[in-house]
Design a protein around this ligand. Structure first.
Ligand SMILES: Nc1ncnc2c1ncn2[C@@H]1O[C@H](COP(=O)(O)OP(=O)(O)OP(=O)(O)O)[C@@H](O)[C@H]1O
Length: 247
């Protein structure tokens, strides 16, 4: 540990975003977003189409330039760090659309998640992922492209887990899934928090599914945080219910 830097306490944020601005050319998509994720939490960012959810996730994982504000992770300023350095620091992203490698076997896809690791525990971690997702074990030698959408989402989460992340970023995990699979994927995210002590920051249009399992949530509207509260508070909030839950 660096001299003089106190250890991270569990109420210290693992991820702290402050006044973050980012966009595409002259168009600003995030107008000064601030939020935090504490160790062990599942935090959901919900919002409609084009609100800025993906842009924010990409700024956290380091593939989207930031024009102002900052990203701190585990007490370190990562605002200008490369995407690679952020993976090394313990941030793993499960991208929208999963981006699995279809011709490769399921097992090779999972092993790719550990590409930065050289330790001897990769095989044991593979078994842990297979315990979480038995369907992947049964089909471990098959091409990943043969999996259904829900199974591909599980593979993408499993692959991210193989990097032993401190923070798992999930972009729209429910996208394109039938309701029963949405429930399964969110049940797995809740299990990751309980059993693997992973901290999760997820963005979702499916506000009900996300807030139902989230410890805390933020609502983003046109590039600004409009509301925050516990998952339950937001689920019962009149404005959230009208705008995002169709109630
Ligand atoms: N490559 C791009 N070039 C220009 N503008 C973009 C680009 N990607 C996103 N935007 C704009 O930035 C804003 C935020 O988009 P973003 O994709 O982050 O929203 P989102 O909340 O993730 O929406 P969705 O759920 O539809 O993916 C929108 O106004 C969008 O049109």
């Amino acid at each position: 540990m660096a001299p003089g830097r106190p250890p991270l306490r569990s109420d210290d944020p693992l991820l702290k975003i402050e006044g973050l601005r980012s966009g595409y050319g002259r168009i600003e998509a995030l107008h000064g977003v601030s939020l935090e994720v504490r160790p062990g939490e599942v935090v959901a960012l919900v919002g409609g189409n084009g609100a800025g959810k993906t842009t924010l996730l990409r700024a956290i994982s380091g593939v989207q330039p930031v024009t102002a504000g900052g990203v701190r992770f585990s007490g370190t300023d990562l605002t200008r760090a490369s995407a690679h350095a952020r993976v090394k620091a313990g941030i793993a992203q499960v991208p929208e659309g999963r981006q699995i490698f279809s011709p490769l076997s399921i097992e090779d896809n999972l092993r790719l998640g550990a590409y930065l690791r050289k330790d001897a525990e990769i095989a044991a971690d593979l078994e842990r992922v297979y315990d979480l997702f038995p369907v992947l074990k049964e089909r471990r030698r098959n091409p990943a492209g043969g999996l259904s959408g829900g199974q591909q989402q599980m593979l993408a989460i499993g692959r991210a887990m193989m990097s032993r992340p401190k923070l798992l970023l999930l972009d729209e995990p429910s996208m394109g899934l039938a309701p029963v699979l949405v429930d399964q994927v969110f049940a797995i995210i809740a299990r990751l928090r309980e059993e693997e002590a992973v901290t999760v920051f997820l963005v979702e249009q499916n506000a009900f599914a996300a807030l139902s399992i989230a410890d805390r949530g933020y609502v983003i509207e046109t590039g600004e945080i409009a509301m925050t509260g516990s998952g339950r508070e937001l689920l019962t909030d009149e404005r959230v219910r009208e705008a995002y839950l169709g109630v």
